[in-house]
Design a protein around this ligand. Sequence first.
Ligand SMILES: [Zn+2]
Ligand SMILES: [Zn+2]
Length: 173
Amino acid sequence: MLIDIVPVGDVTGRVKREASAALRSVYDSDVTVHERQEIPAGSHDANRDQYRAEDFIELAGRVGSGDKNIAITPRDLFYRRRNYVFGLAYLDGAGSVISTYRLQTSSDGGLATKSASDVFSDRVRKEVVHEIGHTIGLEHCDNSRCVMNFSPTVREVDVKEENLCGSCQRQVL
Ligand SMILES: [Zn+2]
Ligand SMILES: [Zn+2]
């Protein structure tokens, strides 16, 4: 499997490196980093001052050169009635997206041993692995340590690991 990372807007080198390392390690896939893309025209909702996640998925699927493609953006995303999303993907789709915007939020999850930038990197790694998991057919998993656990806040992201649990692994690997 080839996964193409599509940076949309200004994405740091570290975010791109962490994302590609995590995808390589969990899925044993080839990973490429696409050239930077502009924010999709019309994706901004002026009332919410947020961006429609679906438009970024569509962009990743359209320009990405992988079997699976994941947009990474610093912009704040929303989806339907949800106040925000860290990421979004359709089951078995070719495109997906994560936003780093809210992954910077501090958490009191007992992670004092790690620097804020390491915590942020871990979250980026988990979120890309999670969304690509959906694109290869995985749904949410009840195991709170599994990367496919639904994590609406950073606290839950921090609790889970970047790997698939045994049960999720058996479904896809
Ligand atoms: Zn999910
Ligand atoms: Zn699982």
